[in-house]
Design a protein around this ligand. Structure first.
Ligand code: NAP
Ligand code: FER
Length: 335
């Protein structure tokens, strides 16, 4: 009998996850009923927000329940279908369980064009992270020509795109990332004006000051913690901070107060958090633009693809160690 494999969320982590939080189980292959399709997972996404879902207690997304399967952004191939308009062989993107095969009623699925960008781009530049960079940059950080625009986690899925979008808006772009290889990539391949390695610099504040001689007008913050504390004193009057994420704090076991008093009054800063889902009504328009920029070579993107469903936990934990370059995805099956 054909078997399916899925992950079950087995225990909540304390601090940095180890991967032991997820248990791989086998079960009978599901078979689709009326108005259902059987989808084979091809690519599954791991994302930093998943750390929040491993935590008990309320957040903007409900916590994963112990004993249940976690969900992920996913790309798959329709293997059997009783859904009108969803033929066998279609490639689809959606959100479903960490499983090799899943059943779907078709809701929330997006058909992918097999002649377009590689399908896993729907999890990165042409998916949630791309949309996050687009709206966080244009609607929240609001780059203006001549601005100094700083982005943290700059070689990651969101940051690498946000920096490029700001560059196209005429900004002087400075990226912060955690390895020499990432710094070289930002400077040489993405043409950032400067890039600072926050792990290698003994004096991060001084290095950022040197990289931003006229101060910082816009800061796209993916990280928080010590990195943001080093950017804060450089913010110019009327500067804007788009708070996208705070990955440096996600594994903390207790909340620490920020060690900077943001000079909100004196420097009239605007610090604004956002969720990509706030912009849902404009997703189609933004995806069309992102796709055009990718296909025309105006927007570059990188992916780190690990192969094998059994590497989902490792790929997720790697995000918190900087193992990924650009968007981290797990290849389960080549469509
Ligand atoms: P990503 O940047 O591709 O991967 C995470 C990166 O964060 C790692 O590669 C690592 O790069 C860096 N990092 C990890 N721990 C760190 C630490 N302690 N200090 C500094 N840097 C650290 O992930 P992503 O998917 O693009 O997400 C980036 C941020 O955006 C996350 O904070 C995420 O929560 C947020 N986000 C928000 C929304 C929203 O709607 N608001 C949507 C998507 C993502 P280094 O090698 O440079 O350390
Ligand atoms: C969403 C809003 C925010 C979502 C993901 C995020 C998957 C990510 C937030 C983060 O990574 O901090 O609707 O859908």
């Amino acid at each position: 009998m054909a078997l399916n494999r899925r992950y079950v969320f087995a225990q909540r982590p304390h601090g940095m996850p180890t991967g032991e939080e997820f248990e791989l189980v086998e079960e009978a292959m599901p078979s689709p009923g009326r108005n259902q399709a059987l989808i084979r997972s091809c690519y599954l996404s791991v994302d930093p927000y998943m750390r929040g879902r491993m935590r008990e207690g309320p957040s903007y997304a409900p916590p994963w329940q112990v004993g249940e399967s976690p969900t992920a952004g996913a790309v798959g191939r329709v293997e059997a279908s009783d859904i009108v308009g969803l033929p066998v062989g279609s490639l689809v993107a959606g959100t479903w369980d960490w499983a090799e095969y899943v059943l779907s009623d078709g809701h929330g699925l997006r058909r992918l064009d097999p002649s377009g960008a590689p399908p896993q781009a729907a999890l990165g530049v042409l998916g949630m992270p791309g949309l996050t960079a687009y709206f966080g940059t244009f609607d929240v950080a609001r780059p203006r020509a001549g601005d100094t625009f700083v982005v943290s986690a700059a070689a990651g899925a969101v940051g690498s795109l946000a920096g490029q979008l700001a560059k196209q808006a005429g900004c002087r772009v400075v990226g912060i990332a955690g390895t020499k290889e990432k710094i070289d990539f930002l400077r040489e391949e993405l043409a950032f004006d400067a890039a600072v390695d926050y792990r290698a610099e003994g004096d991060l504040k001084g290095a950022l000051r040197d990289a931003c001689p006229t101060g910082v007008d816009a800061y796209f913050d993916n990280v928080g913690g010590a990195v943001t504390a080093a950017v804060a004193p450089l913010m110019n009057t009327h500067g804007r901070v788009a708070v996208c994420g705070q990955i440096a704090t996600y594994n903390q076991t207790r909340r620490e107060p920020p060690d900077v008093a943001w000079d909100l009054v004196g420097r009239r800063l605007r610090i604004e958090g956002f969720l990509v889902s706030d912009f849902q009504p404009r997703f189609a328009e933004a995806l069309a633009r992102l796709e055009h920029w990718v296909l025309s070579g105006r927007l570059r993107y990188r992916e780190t693809i690990v192969e094998g469903f059994e590497r989902m936990p490792e790929a997720l934990v790697g995000l918190f160690k900087g193992s990924n370059f650009g968007k981290q995805v797990v290849k389960v099956y080549a469509p």
